[in-house]
Design a binder for this molecule. Structure first.
Ligand SMILES: [Zn+2]
Length: 499
């Protein structure tokens, strides 16, 4: 076949894959926002029908044949087409190893598990979710064996979210964090500085909090014509295309900071997706490259910008406007200290910047133990509670605030968590690099962060999935070094807690 025709077929394949991903993604989004509970079965049937075609497009014979012909003509392909073909081939090779019936069954399991997890979390009833979680773990282990029988299953899972990541690298990374952060956390808890955040736990009407979200999205430069915000139990971002990215948040009347930082976090994910290059728009490369790089962006905005002193000054101005009665007497210093209180807590997404990576480390250790077979799913709640006690010294009152708190496992994402800590560390190293050319603090204080975003767009966002995460990171920051992260945290919390 002529190269021109092969490329046309490739374009059609990518357009179809994108359309199916749009449709299934929208069904998911709808299921956690507006869909009535009773529609789950019907949605499951629809997903099963769509999954058949998704499977065929990823791993069907026609796809395999087209890709192998293109690989033979590799030398004649543009860099973008070549990368797209290689990525699709990788997916083809993996997916075809999963028998079609198992693939479809798994999609249906996830759809059902999502609903069961929702009810289980509300009722703090791990037992009702356990059989589903067990199936999800077992399926992931089986699939990992299909993908690469020579590799440890958990390494295969880690690699799916962050190419090149494995337990060896994770163990080393977490041990470096543990060494530096555990003594720092202990010093903070012994400090006589005890900041107060009670003013953040008063009643903040949700309709006003929605106005705050609008302001935050504007500050971040999120184009509302292409980025919408919804409300769900657990905040997340779902990109359909660079012209349609959805973020969600959860408003708590008596915890205004929860939604505030969720919006900034998810907004960081959205910026990345919205600013992938136009050249990649209709290819499989028009989305963020890995979970670690993605989290580096979301956590950069959430913590480095959002919990930094210059932003807190701006934020206070807006809060005074929206909640004058709550903010009377609150100073910049009080707000900055309040949003940076470091205290052992139960919920990962609400954990402070300093203790956060311990929450991640705990999940990493538990996932690894279940996948390696040294822990059963039914033992998870107990093991969870023991580790929280060991690392943070607190008791878990119920599973809703323990093992059931995250949506990742019910969504089949096993091996995802380390990316959160890795992303935080990537972000700190990016900050050091950014500071070489931009006065970051002054820029944030001015209220115009566009030069910072432009730097990230140029170094990270625009490249979509053109490069693997490690070389992409190294191209802007040099070799990865977690010391940037531990130094950043040490500087910040030493100052905050007068250590
Ligand atoms: Zn995130």
């Amino acid at each position: 076949m002529e190269l021109k025709e092969l490329i046309e077929r490739l374009d059609r394949l990518q357009a179809k894959k994108k359309a199916y991903s749009h449709a299934t993604g929208m069904l998911y989004y709808d299921s956690v926002t507006g869909a009535p509970k009773g529609g789950a079965e019907n949605r499951g049937n629809t997903l099963a029908v769509l999954s058949e075609t998704v499977y065929e497009l990823s791993a069907g014979e026609k796809t395999g044949q087209l890709l192998s012909e293109l690989i033979e003509k590799s030398g004649e392909l543009s860099p973008v087409t070549k990368r797209a073909v290689n990525e699709l081939w990788r997916e083809y090779e993996r997916t075809k190893k999963i028998p079609e019936s198992e693939y479809i069954e798994y999609q249906m399991l996830l759809n059902e598990a999502e609903n069961v997890w929702h009810s289980a979390k509300i009722n703090s009833d791990f037992k009702s979710f356990a059989p589903y979680l067990e199936k999800i773990f077992n399926t992931n282990i089986r699939f990992a064996g299909y993908f690469d029988p020579t590799e440890k299953p958990y390494n295969v899972m880690l690699d799916m979210y962050e190419r090149g990541l494995n337990t060896e690298r994770c163990d080393l990374f977490f041990s470096q964090l543990r060494k530096k952060l555990v003594p720092l956390i202990a010093a903070v808890s012994e400090s006589s500085v005890k900041p107060d955040n009670l003013f953040l736990k008063q009643s903040y009407p949700v309709w006003r909090q929605r106005q705050l979200s609008d302001w935050l999205m504007e500050f971040m430069g999120l184009n509302r014509n292409h980025c919408a915000i919804g409300e769900t139990e657990h905040p997340f971002t779902i990109p359909f295309d660079k012209t349609d990215v959805r973020i969600t948040t959860h408003y708590y009347e008596r915890d205004m900071a929860s939604s505030l930082y969720s919006v900034i976090h998810e907004g960081g994910h959205a910026l990345y997706e919205l600013h992938t290059s136009d050249e990649l728009k209709n290819t499989c490369l028009g989305s963020g490259v890995s979970m670690g790089i993605h989290e580096s962006q979301s956590r950069f905005y959430e913590n480095i910008i959002g919990r930094g002193r210059p932003f807190c000054a701006l934020l206070l101005g807006k809060l005074r406007e929206l909640f004058p009665e709550r903010m009377s007497g609150v100073t910049e210093d009080m707000l900055y200290s309040a949003v940076n209180i470091s205290m052992p807590s139960l919920i990962r997404i609400e954990a402070d910047e300093l203790t956060y990576s311990l929450h991640v480390m705990l999940r990493y250790e538990l996932e690894k133990a279940v996948v390696e077979g040294s822990l059963t799913v039914s033992e998870l709640p107990g093991a969870w509670n023991d580790k929280i006690k060991e690392y943070l010294g607190i008791d878990v009152p119920d599973d809703a605030r323990g093992v059931l708190q995250d949506s990742h496992w019910s969504g089949g994402s096993i091996g995802y968590f380390p990316a959160y800590a890795l992303g935080s560390a990537y972000g700190a190293q990016m900050l050091a690099k950014l500071k070489e050319s931009i006065d970051v603090d002054a820029q944030i204080a001015s209220g115009d962060i566009s030069p910072i975003s432009a730097w990230l767009e140029d170094k990270i966002w625009k490249h979509g999935s053109m490069f693997d995460p490690a070389p992409l990171f190294e191209s802007c920051c040099g070799p990865f070094d977690p010391t940037y992260y531990t130094d950043y945290l040490t500087r910040k919390f030493t100052e905050l807690y007068n250590l």
